[in-house]
Design a protein around this ligand. Structure first.
Ligand code: NAG
Length: 273
């Protein structure tokens, strides 16, 4: 999510400088290994956020070897969830552990970087999305709706990243690993959107702002940060933006042909960091 992973950024820069001596420009992260490793941090974040949210503990308990000695996330905690949502999120959590494992089995990868999953980190994102401070600060762990909204951000970033990376991969092994993750990430995104859609006209309390408005604001923020126009859409859009330019409901995001948008690693870095 849009947290400050300074340690990761520094790591990425060091890795880029040392591995290729390349200038930091639009063609960075272009090797296959980079394209496979790049999403590893997103997968770590998803695994931790979902495991912590549903169980109250994370990779250090379920698969410490995958953390590879990296620091434990800051501020992650169990969320107040109904049994249905807890079950969904627990499944997502284990799916993400599988993704981390698959990446690390294929490429060397790196150890878990420092993740800030604190309430304050999420509150900052929501304040940015609305352009003013929400009072009281947004708490992702407070209830189903807040947790689903906080989760709304994550698989979709992975999805667009995988769509963007795919044409640049040539090896069948790399393509297989990426497509296989894309399938599950887009399933997660669809499921989260469906749950939010069902609750669309409910207010996020105590703000009196609907779930739909939250999704629209978060998507707008990501569009702004990505700086490549409209690639992110909330649950309700202008009819011209919906499928075939004919419908406001927007359960899945797509371009005018309902084809998934792609994002480059550079766009994702601007969104996530
Ligand atoms: C986590 O993020 C919040 C919000 O940006 C910040 O206030 C807090 O200091 C961060 N925690 C650490 C340990 O970096």
């Amino acid at each position: 999510m849009i947290f400050a992973y300074f340690s990761l950024l520094i790591f990425l820069f060091l890795q880029l400088l040392s591995s290729s001596g390349a200038a930091i420009g639009s063609n960075v992260l272009k090797s296959y290994v980079d394209l496979l490793e790049f999403p590893l941090n997103l997968e770590y974040m998803e695994a931790e956020f979902f495991l912590w949210g549903s169980f109250g503990y994370g990779l250090d308990s379920f698969a410490p070897e995958l953390a590879d000695g990296g620091p434990s996330p800051i501020g992650a905690r169990i969320a107040k969830l109904s049994p249905l949502i807890r079950d969904v999120i627990a499944q997502f959590g284990f799916q993400e552990v599988g993704h981390v494992r698959a990446i690390k089995n294929t490429v060397a990868g790196f150890s878990r970087s420092l993740l800030n999953l604190s309430r304050e980190a999420f509150a900052t994102v929501m304040n940015d999305a609305f352009g003013h401070q929400l009072e009281p600060p947004f708490n992702p762990y407070a209830n189903d709706i807040n947790y689903l909204i906080a989760s709304y951000v994550i698989p979709y970033i992975g999805l667009t990243g995988y769509v963007g990376a795919n044409p640049k991969l040539h090896s069948p092994t790399a393509k297989r690993l990426l497509d296989g993750r894309l399938g599950v990430e887009s399933g997660q995104d669809a499921f989260l959107r469906a749950l939010l859609h069902e609750r669309g006209s409910k207010n996020v309390e105590p703000y009196g702002i609907t779930v739909i408005e939250f999704t629209n604001r978060i998507s707008e923020l990501r569009n702004k940060l990505g700086r490549h126009g409209l690639k992110d859409e909330g649950l309700k859009v202008k009819p011209t933006v919906g499928a075939e330019g004919k419908i406001r409901g927007n359960i899945l995001v797509g371009d005018k042909y309902s084809i998934s948008y792609d994002r480059t690693p550079e766009e994702i870095l601007r969104i996530v960091y």
